[in-house]
Ligand binder design. Structure first.
Ligand SMILES: Cc1ncc(COP(=O)(O)O)c(C=O)c1O
Length: 489
């Protein structure tokens, strides 16, 4: 029996001029039908055309590209044959992905000590500082031990310290504008469930941080992807998507975006703030990676650019996971104090509060944050450069740009083999995610790999050697893992 196929709503459309502009970079001027089909497929896999988007009518696209209508008809046929498009009489032609190219189930962790972990872009803890903070937390525990220890808003001293850091970074903040959470991930899902209702639209970057995309889906919200590359965001596209779809929320990672590493310029931030004000969209700004500024001064908080009256529409989440350690599970939300009260009420039924001991450790780590970053950033810079030179040596055909900050390279493999390569890499002792895990539309970004540089240079060199060996092997035999999903951070 043929397997039933999920029918998707096709409620996005791509104008002929918009597609023609995108195609000039990939298919060239006046393309033949094969080049045209290849161009559309590349744009889809790269996430620059969203999945389930209606393509322009053949006649319109032919006119926009100055090619014959037969060329477009033949190109659409090629796309359909390859599984990259579907058509229905009266409904037109829309983008699709071949069945096998959709991420599906979660794979178990493979065992073994020799495995090099490249699926997480999360550094280990700064050990002496963590031990010292633990000791200091222990001595402060006496003050807390006689109390019940439930703090849905977070312990007052940590709320004050987080508020003080925002203020120091240029965004005056009071402690009652801060809620302490169990990591930024918790902060994100809390905010999504507080602000969003089933079926609401959420503007997201494509590619983006996979666990946020999953949280958006789990909350029953609909992602509206806008492309981001290592060259950044296209202001016009972000603004037109905001205006056309008036999403309830826009989830953005403006500081060293995960996975592209892009840093949003100030001017673009200001324009997004203005547009979001006009469309009544909440801006959910993820600053988890903001501290990892490698080649540029640390960016000021996004909300500090908000004019009077718009600030309330900006909600910022952050955490200690990248500046210190993900294992702490300490994050926060900064928002208006009324929203913070609603949030605290919302979190109680699920986890009551974040553990006091971890908050005390975080308090001490936060006091020494500048010292930790002074040591951490040069190391990451050196590891980033080491990874780049290993790639140049062993995989010279791969392309990437050095990001100004963040924890990973977003590498273009030149062909859509990332999932198969990730599957083969496991057999060579490297755990890594294919680019499609980061696609807002599952299955896109198949020619990309996110390679973190959080490990020492020698290990990165070994990992690259293993990836090169995996690539040189037979990727066809690994087809069955193309749909697997790993845990990533
Ligand atoms: C952009 C982004 N947001 C949130 C998180 C999750 O952070 P946390 O460990 O604080 O939950 C990550 C972790 O990788 C991330 O990259």
């Amino acid at each position: 029996m043929a397997e039933a196929r999920v029918v998707h709503t096709v409620d996005r459309r791509l104008g002929s001029r918009q597609l023609a502009a995108l195609l000039t970079g990939t298919a060239g001027e006046h393309p033949g039908y094969r080049a045209l089909a290849h161009g559309v497929r590349t744009l889809l896999l790269d996430g620059r055309i969203p999945l389930h988007t209606r393509l322009p009518a053949e006649r319109e696209l032919a006119a926009a590209l100055s090619v014959s209508r037969a060329t477009v008809t033949a190109a659409y046929d090629v796309l359909r044959e390859g599984g990259y498009a579907l058509s229905r009489r009266g409904a037109g032609t829309w983008t699709e992905l071949p069945e096998g190219q959709r991420p599906s189930n979660v794979a178990a962790f493979p065992a073994g000590n020799d495995l090099i972990e490249l699926a997480s872009a999360a550094p280990g803890a700064p050990e002496p500082e963590l031990m010292a903070a633990l000791a200091a937390a222990g001595s402060m525990l006496a003050e807390h031990a006689p109390t019940p220890g439930y703090h849905p808003y977070g312990i007052p001293e940590l709320r004050a310290a987080v508020a003080e850091r925002f203020t120091r970074r240029g965004l005056p903040t009071l402690p009652d504008q801060i809620l302490i959470t169990t990591g930024a991930q918790h902060a994100l899902s809390l905010m999504l469930s507080l602000l969003g209702r089933q079926g609401d639209r959420v503007l997201v970057e494509n590619p983006s941080y996979p666990n946020a995309l999953d949280a958006i889906r789990d909350a029953g919200l609909r992602a509206v992807p806008v492309p981001v590359t290592e060259d950044g965001w296209e202001s016009d596209l972000v603004e037109s998507s905001l205006r056309q779809t008036a999403p309830r929320i826009a989830y953005l990672v403006p500081d060293f975006q995960n996975p592209t590493g892009s840093l949003m310029p100030r001017e673009q931030r200001v324009r997004i703030l203005e547009t979001a004000r006009a469309t009544g969209t909440w801006l959910l700004i993820d600053e988890t990676i903001a501290d990892i500024a490698l080649d540029v001064p640390p960016p000021a908080p996004f909300a500090s650019l908000a004019p009077q009256g718009v600030g309330e529409q900006v909600v910022t989440v952050g955490s200690l996971s990248k500046s210190h350690w993900g294992g702490l599970r300490i994050g926060w939300v900064r928002a208006g104090s009324r929203l913070i009260t609603e949030l605290a009420t919302k979190r109680v039924p699920s986890d009551m509060a974040t553990p006091v001991i971890e908050q005390l450790v975080a308090l001490h780590l936060l006091r020494g944050v500048d010292d930790v970053l002074r040591e951490r950033l040069p190391r990451l810079r050196a590891q980033r450069d080491a990874l780049a030179s290993s790639l140049t040596r062993h995989l010279p055909e791969w392309r990437w740009q050095l990001p100004p900050g963040g924890l990973s390279l977003w590498v273009d493999l030149g062909r859509p083999v990332a999932s198969a390569l990730a599957g083969a890499a496991l057999g060579h002792g490297v755990r890594i995610e294919g680019g499609s895990r980061f696609g807002a539309d599952p299955g896109t970004h198949e020619h990309r790999l996110r390679i973190p540089y959080v490990l020492p240079a020698e290990l990165l060199e070994q990992a690259v050697v293993r990836l090169a060996a995996a690539l040189a092997g037979d990727l066809r035999g690994t087809g069955e893992v193309a749909g697997r999903r790993h845990w990533v951070a």
